[in-house]
Write a protein that binds this ligand. Structure first.
Ligand code: HEC
Length: 133
């Protein structure tokens, strides 16, 4: 009886290792297939024209904010972190939106404008040049 069990185990071991080998061969075939498919992909990518990049020199970007009361405050306070293009490229906003934007610059991003008078003057300027009635 005892011998019989050992034999059984041995048999099942060889069977499973054979199965494993079969699986390995399948895996290898799948890999080869994937690699060959990949090669085809690279071939088609190489056929595509190269992407042409246009590099913009930041010093060539000119911003012309309109003249109005408070422009000086905007140009000095709002250029610390980003270009004034951020203001120029915005659409016309109602006063409420500009107020929210300027307060976001102060509260969220940390623009060092502690004087509410200055904040109001900046908002007034923004409404004057990019305001929506
Ligand atoms: C402490 C740094 C800082 C200062 C000073 C600052 N900003 Fe900003 N501003 C930011 C950051 C950060 C963003 C977000 C950039 C992004 O989303 O790519 C931003 C974005 C903006 C935008 C784009 C729209 C938006 O709401 O994100 C506008 C308009 C703007 N700022 C206006 C101003 C004005 C007006 C002032 C002057 C009162 C100012 N900023 C000062 C940091 C600052």
């Amino acid at each position: 009886m005892k011998l019989n069990t050992t034999k059984k185990i041995k048999y099942s071991k060889t069977k499973s290792s054979f199965r494993f080998q079969k699986f390995n061969i399948l895996l290898l075939m799948a890999c080869v297939l994937m690699i060959s498919c990949n090669k085809d992909d690279t071939a088609t990518t190489e056929m595509k024209p190269a992407i042409v990049e246009t590099v913009t020199d930041i010093s060539n970007v000119t911003v012309t904010l309109p003249e109005a009361t408070g422009k000086e405050l905007v140009t000095t306070n709002c250029i610390i972190c980003h270009s004034l293009r951020y203001i120029e490229m915005q659409p016309d906003f109602p006063k409420k939106t500009w107020d929210k934007t300027v307060k976001k610059m102060v509260k969220t991003y940390g623009a060092p404008i502690s004087d509410t008078m200055v904040v109001n003057q900046i908002v007034d300027y923004l409404v004057a040049v990019k305001g929506k009635k």
